[in-house]
Structure formats: structure tokens, C-alpha cells
Design a protein around this ligand. Structure first.
Ligand code: FAD
Ligand code: DLZ
Ligand code: SF4
Length: 507
């Protein structure tokens, strides 16, 4: 008889540890533990989602004939950590061995490997590419570009393929996916779920247990079962996917979700699988319900980016989260925790993060990420923020997106150039600037959009590293053509802004 460990983001009936177990003999162990909820102070909605989904999954396992020992957070016997719970359940049941599926974070993998217990850790095979496959793909390549990996995943899955050719004769339709924010959004957002009895209990528990975590539980409406997650997926495919591509990069002050799927919490927790999601999207294309730019763009995020960042996380090893190639040292400004700011784009992105534990990709990359990078914030603090505040954040997917894609802290493994922009990009893709106290059109002066001066300040601070980058040379040429006095004013204004930021003034 063995203990079968199922973690909060392993809620899949086909989990490798469950598939390898003997239902008649083995005992499934699931535990809500304070260590996992507080090693970073996760958003209360994230904790509630995970606990409620865990409880529902445990019930489904029991209904399917599994023997489950489930520990609630407030159980008096709760040992407080995953390893502690395994040891307690071993003593209680007499089990001598544990079977687990590999966790999605080095911290927990190491804790299991170092634990004083006999444990077999199986690969997590809920992905399109195995880690060995990714390593083989990466081996000997000078640059690990997602686009080439993605094409292999298209070939491997057969998604949007006609023989060995991509449907539509192009691998990537991103060019069509950069439309500015629409005036009206015809989609009312992700399918909301009324909390069931289990979820209501969890909400009360989380409210009482984590009062000082950033974020609100108000309006909790995530699905917490596989059936619910499937309905949420179906709702997205039916009502939003057709316009997903067009407005993928757009942002609106009064609309938090636009045409995004908001399925990453379900996918990352294991309630949905990547292939079934992509097959549903592909079927919408084949039925003529959604255009190729939408469906290709959506599928690329899942079999391309998601698989690719996982490969990088495990390839790069446990110290990835402390990389700091640009040697940025500034503390994360208080505005990331809801502190007052005059910058409307940041204020809106943080506000919706607090409310929903969600922001879409361009808000994460080009608003909160862009600002942290331009301001030179310590990437490890930025990483911890993203890991805490989003319901979909697990280190294997969050860290490469933050440390690599957003903060260029890995020195360019993921991003071939830093994702930075002045206010002009944000203005083009959103309506934020219309309601801002700063003027996006002004280049210098007290009233000028801070992104406008910080952008140049960043490029000049890192001139040695980036001026020879083929994709950035043009920006340095523009800078060099500016009048000397203007350049001096830009850099002086950036310095004043950063001083105010450090002094805790409202900026
Ligand atoms: P959609 O825009 O509707 O996309 C569909 C799906 O594609 C997503 O559900 C997601 O599973 C996948 N996807 C899209 N982009 C990425 C990507 N870059 N990496 C991996 N998967 C992707 N995503 C997470 O799942 N967890 C994270 O912790 C996370 N942290 C991020 C941190 C930063 C700094 C940035 C820039 C991006 C991060 N992302 C993360 C990627 C992306 O922002 C989210 O996957 C997306 O916003 C989820 O919302 P959605 O389901 O509405 O996505
Ligand atoms: C994120 C999370 C939280 C908040 N709580 C738990 C928990 O109480 N029990 C559990 O098994 N898993 C939890 N998780 C998910 C783990 O943190 C996750 O499995 C690791 O970070 C690896 O991805
Ligand atoms: Fe953001 Fe600048 Fe636009 Fe204000 S003006 S919303 S700070 S980009």
C-alpha cells in the first residue's frame, strides 16, 4: 500500500501518479497547508480557487472509488506542510512509500526529494512536450526561439496542419492580431459561477485565515470543478474566440477581459488539458465559426508559449528566479500593492488584479512589467509579485514569463530584446491615456507621461548591452538625432521621477 500525493495544481483524473496507483489498495493524500498558501502571500481568490477545486476533486475521486485522506486547512492535526502531511499520513496508515507526480516548482521538488521518506516521483505528462523532448530540441541551438519550437508542436499534434504544411500556408498570423482597442466589446466576459456549498465554506475559511494578503474575495466566481471549467471553455469558444485574435493586445479602462479566455487557472490547476482546449479551438475554425488568425493565435499561446516556458524553467534550473542580468536593484514600488498613483494604466491594471486575480497578457507585459523594467526594479521582487497576485501563477509558468520575457533578467534566453515601450504603445493599444493625469503626448516636463522619459533612460542606462542589438539600433539612432538639450532634459526628468518614486511620493 502506497500514499498517492495529489497537489493543488494536479487536479487531473489522468495524473501520472493516479494512473500508476492501485485504486484498491493505495491511499490518495491531499492537503490544504499553510506553507503552500503563504510561502508567498497568494491572492485570496487564488487560494480559494485552489482549495475549493481540491475539495471538489477529492469528492470526485471518492465517488470514483478512491480512498482519499483529505486535510482541510483548519484540521487540528494539520501538519502545515506537504512533507509534514505525508509523514503524518504514513504514520497513521502504516504506508511505507509515496508515489507523486513531479511538482511544478523546484522548491517543492527539492522538499520532496530531501524528505525523510521513500518516494517515487513520476514525470508530469499533462503537457504536449516532455522535458526530455524539450532538452533534445534545445541541445546545440544558439538561440531558443519559441517560434521554431512551436512549429514542432504543430507537427507533433497535427493541430492546424494539412499534411506537413500549416493551414493557411503560414505558421503565424500575429500580424493580424494587433488591432487597437475596440469602442464596443460585444462579449460580456468569462462565464461566472455562483459559489457552491463547498466553495462558500472555503471562502469563509480563506477570509478568516489570510486577512493580510493582497486582493479581495468579493465576487468570487471561478469554476471549481472540471465540468464547470469545460463550460467556461465552451462559453469562450462560442462567444469570444472569433474576435480573440483581432483584439489580443488591446486594453480598455472599463473592460477587464476583452476577448480573452481566462482559462489559465483551470488549465494550470489540471481541470482542463492543453490538447482538448486546442482541439476545441481547431474545431471552431473547421466549422467556420472562428477565423484562422484567432484560432492560430490562441493555439500558439498554449502549445507554443506555455510549453516553451515550461521547458525553459526546467532547463535553466533552480536559480532561474534569482537571475538579474541587468543588475536592477530598486524595490518594488508601493503602487503595485494598490498605493496611489497618477498613472492611470498602472492604477487600472493593479486595481483589476486586486479584484480578479487576473490581468491579461499585455497588461502584465506592457503595463506592470514594462514599468518595473523601465524603472529598474529588482526582478526577484517583480517575480514574487506576479507569483502572488494571479490565480494562474505557478512558478514553472510564471517565472519564465516574468524573469525572462518581461524583465530580461535571464539576459535574453526567452526574449531577443527587452519588452519596453514609451507611452505611445500603451496609448495606441488602449484608452487608458485619455483618463490619465499625465499627458502621453508630452515628452518632457512634470506633466509628461513617465513612460516617455523612463523609456530613454532605460535605453541609455543599458546602451552597452543593447545598442548593437539589430532590433534596437534604430532607437539609438533616433536618440542620437535628438537635440543635445532635449536629451539632457529627458534624462534629468527621469532621474527626478525615480527619486520621487523612491521617496514614496505619489507619482
Ligand atoms: P489568453 O490570452 O486567452 O490565452 C489563452 C491561453 O494561452 C492562456 O490561458 C494560457 O494558458 C496560454 N498562454 C498565453 N500566453 C502565455 C504565456 N506567455 N505563457 C504561458 N501560457 C500562455 N500565464 C500563466 O498561465 N501563469 C502565470 O503565472 C503567468 N505569469 C505571467 C507573467 C508575466 C509577467 C507575463 C507577461 C505573462 C504571464 N503569463 C502567465 C502569460 C499570460 O499572461 C497568461 O497566460 C494569460 O494572461 C492568461 O489569461 P487567459 O487565460 O485569458 O489567456
Ligand atoms: C498554490 C497552492 C496553494 C495556495 N495551496 C496549496 C495547498 O494547500 N496544497 C497543495 O497541495 N497545493 C497548494 N498549492 C499548489 C502548490 O503550491 C503547487 O503544487 C506548487 O507550487 C508546485 O506547482
Ligand atoms: Fe500610462 Fe502614460 Fe498613458 Fe498615463 S499617459 S495612462 S502613464 S501610458
Amino acid at each position: 500500500m502506497k500514499l498517492i500525493l495529489v497537489l493543488g495544481d494536479q487536479l487531473s483524473a489522468d495524473l501520472s501518479a493516479l494512473s500508476a496507483a492501485n485504486k484498491a489498495e493505495d491511499i490518495v493524500v491531499m492537503a490544504e497547508v499553510v506553507a503552500e498558501a503563504t510561502y508567498v502571500k497568494h491572492h485570496p481568490k487564488k487560494i480559494a480557487f485552489i482549495f475549493a477545486a481540491m475539495r471538489n476533486f477529492a469528492r470526485a475521486l471518492q465517488a470514483d472509488g478512491w480512498n482519499v485522506r483529505y486535510t482541510q486547512l483548519d484540521d487540528t492535526q494539520n501538519a502545515g506542510s506537504i512533507v509534514g502531511e505525508l509523514l503524518r499520513r504514513m504514520e497513521e496508515t502504516g504506508a511505507k512509500e509515496v508515489l507523486a507526480t513531479s511538482p511544478g516548482e523546484w522548491r517543492l521538488i527539492e522538499a520532496l526529494e530531501d524528505a525523510p521518506l521513500k518516494i517515487q516521483i513520476l514525470e508530469d505528462d499533462r503537457f504536449i512536450a516532455s522535458l526530455q523532448e524539450f532538452e533534445a530540441w534545445a541541445e546545440g541551438r544558439k538561440a531558443l526561439r519559441m517560434e521554431y519550437f512551436y512549429r514542432d508542436m504543430r507537427r507533433k499534434t497535427g493541430l492546424l496542419m494539412e499534411g506537413d504544411k500549416p493551414v493557411g500556408e503560414k505558421w503565424n498570423f500575429d500580424h493580424d492580431n494587433r488591432k487597437a482597442a475596440p469602442k464596443d466589446v460585444s462579449y460580456s466576459g468569462p462565464l461566472p459561477f455562483e459559489p457552491d456549498a463547498i466553495t462558500k465554506d472555503v471562502l469563509a475559511l480563506v477570509e478568516a485565515s489570510f486577512p493580510n494578503h493582497f486582493g479581495t474575495l468579493d465576487g468570487f466566481n471561478f469554476a471549481t470543478t472540471r465540468e464547470g471549467a469545460l463550460s467556461a471553455l465552451d462559453h469562450f469558444i462560442t462567444h469570444a474566440l472569433p474576435r480573440f485574435g483581432d483584439f489580443q493586445d488591446a486594453m480598455l479602462s472599463e473592460n477587464k477581459f476583452l476577448y480573452h479566455a481566462v482559462i489559465s487557472p483551470y488549465l494550470n490547476a489540471g481541470l482542463l488539458g492543453p490538447l482538448e482546449i486546442c482541439q476545441a479551438a481547431e474545431a471552431a475554425y473547421k466549422d467556420g465559426h472562428a477565423p484562422i488568425n484567432a484560432v492560430e493565435g490562441f493555439i500558439r499561446q498554449i502549445i507554443g508559449w506555455r510549453e516553451y516556458v515550461r521547458g525553459i524553467y526546467f532547463l535553466e534550473g533552480p536559480n532561474y528566479t534569482s537571475r538579474n542580468a541587468l543588475e536592477h536593484k530598486r524595490d518594488l514600488p508601493a503602487l503595485y500593492w494598490g498605493g496611489e498613483t497618477k498613472m492611470h494604466c498602472l492604477s487600472k491594471a493593479v486595481e483589476q488584479t486586486r479584484e480578479e486575480a487576473y490581468a491579461h497578457h499585455i497588461q502584465r507585459l506592457m503595463v506592470t512589467g514594462n514599468f518595473a523594467l523601465l524603472a529598474g526594479v529588482d526582478p526577484e521582487q517583480v517575480h514574487e509579485w506576479y507569483l502572488e497576485v494571479y490565480a494562474d501563477a505557478f512558478e514553472w509558468v510564471e517565472a519564465p514569463n516574468t524573469i525572462g520575457m518581461s524583465q530580461f533578467a535571464d539576459g535574453g534566453i526567452i526574449a531577443s530584446k527587452p519588452y519596453v515601450s514609451s507611452g505611445a504603445y500603451i496609448n495606441r493599444m488602449s484608452n487608458y491615456c485619455k483618463s490619465c493625469q499625465y499627458s502621453v503626448k508630452e515628452k518632457t516636463g512634470e506633466n509628461a507621461c513617465p513612460f516617455n522619459v523612463l523609456y530613454w533612460d532605460f535605453l541609455i542606462r543599458h546602451e552597452d548591452r543593447f545598442s548593437n542589438n539589430a532590433r534596437m539600433g534604430n532607437m539609438y539612432r533616433i536618440w542620437n538625432r535628438m537635440h543635445e538639450d532635449h536629451r539632457a532634459t529627458v534624462l534629468a526628468d527621469a532621474a527626478i521621477f525615480l527619486e520621487k518614486l523612491d521617496a514614496g511620493e505619489v507619482v
